[in-house]
Design a protein around this ligand. Sequence first.
Ligand SMILES: *Cc1c(COP(=O)(O)O)cnc(C)c1O
Length: 229
Amino acid sequence: MAINIGAYQEVLARLAPYHARLVAVSKTKPVEDIAALYAAGQRIFGENYVQELTEKQAVLPADIEWHFIGHLQSNKVKYIAPFVHTIHAVDSLKLLQEINKQAAKQERIIYCLLQVHIAMEETKFGMDQQELQQLLNTYKANLPDFANVRIAGLMGMATNTNNETQVRREFHQLHALFGSIKITYFNNESSFKELSIGMSADYSIALQEGSTMVRIGSLLFGERTYSQK
Ligand SMILES: *Cc1c(COP(=O)(O)O)cnc(C)c1O
């Protein structure tokens, strides 16, 4: 399946007025497709599976900024810690602590986004507001213990529905939460800046609702057939 350069250009054009960035989600796609989008200028790629990411990273250009966007198990952090730039789906204190530990071993900083559950579906990962606040309270009270991670913002996934009103409402709520957390926990610092919302089907709505980073896969790389993984 070839990549869709026309769609890529259109996405970039739509992001530009918002100064939002594109994470090209390449999970299940071959390295040839990633190399082709790289040749077109893309540098930020997102992957969901640890082994797949480490295999791809080993053979692709070193200046790719790799984002891990899937659910991450603590015992697998060590495999991606040597190179991963941002981890989008941090959903527990335990995971944040492990990322810090592995980043410290590598003498690196790893950027982290905290995943908030905003969808109706039970199955989507992420913290509720209370869990998020608990994590941030612990983080703030123990800042020296987190020297190798930077909490750069929030991430969320809207309900998988054609109901635009609902998707917009979910993104809107997350943007409001982002704003209040930035003030309450980060003293309005510019380092807390990312709102990772929006995928192929809903990124236009996400941009209108404050997205700074969209995660787009199928629009660029075609539909995924999971068997090819
Ligand atoms: C797969 C995935 C995406 C991309 O989804 P598309 O609908 O293909 O754009 C975005 N975010 C996460 C967390 C994903 O797992």
